[in-house]
Write a protein that binds this ligand. Sequence first.
Ligand code: AKB
Length: 336
Amino acid sequence: MSKHVVLITGAAGEIGQALVRELAGRGSHILTLDLAEMPAELAPLSTHIKGSITDKALIQQIGEQYTLDTIYHLAALLSTRAEHSPALAHEVNVDASVLLLELAAAQSTARAQAVKFIFPSSMAVYGLPSLEAKAAAGAVPEEQHLHPATMYGANKLAVELLGEYYAQHYMRLAEQPPARLDFRALRFPGLISAFTLPTGGTSDFGPEMLHAAAQGRPYACFVRPDATIPFMAMPDGVKALLQLADAPRAALTRSAYNVSSFSLSAEAFCQRVLAAFPDAEISYQPHLQRQGIIDSWPMDIDDDTARANWGWAPDFGLERCFNEYLIPNIRQRYQQ
Ligand code: AKB
């Protein structure tokens, strides 16, 4: 019989690295897939395949060689990058997701046991048409404002819907009802890690500002001071993924859940950074397109349903996130 594994795609990315550490501590057999090698210190924690999730033959081979208990499908082109290469973004973010959903559906049916498919979606699925609408919307619940203004947001929303399709309707015309995959998605705000930096996203202005200040490098913020979105500490992001994966199926009333922690404007973020690194040189040079993306995202997202259904609550609110997680770890990292 083939080996039972937890598959993590995009494992060398920010969320992936943090998730691999956590899952390895639980004793899971981890299979990682990424275009890049895993960082040296994480390499012993998984069996790694260096390759692309768009490679059909590779995905088929993984399906033949491994029994997938859970898939954390993290690989994606983020929002800014996707605007530069929309067709590539669709191929990576949607077409490759369908390959994995097909594989999970096939294994669920063959084993008569649901493969869990955990998908990090994003607040990018929302699209507010104006700053007035953004201010009026406040904390957006899951069913409202689902008109994304970016390729990335459209991709994330498409995969949420496709995941629901494979979990609820796929092969409904078959004579025998198949065992279906168990699809669960989280809509993340901007994640901030003390140990890694994001690439290609638009919420990146927060972590970039902080890491630049800690290294004594000047930083030109690419959005206006008033630009406001929700954020979350990376350990809470990983906690949310694991908690959602562990939640009893019967407790879940939706397939995609908002999770949030705190909202901050770029200027409030800057003041937090300056309080820790008073010599930091932070200026504003708004980039029209990236500003437009941030303006279309909500100020906050309403995560009441996640709290009610599976006990979600972040460990790091605003104060703890900066004072206990980000600042001490970043100081130590760059020795300031
Ligand atoms: C991005 O900025 O593209 C991501 C996201 C909010 O999903 N960090």
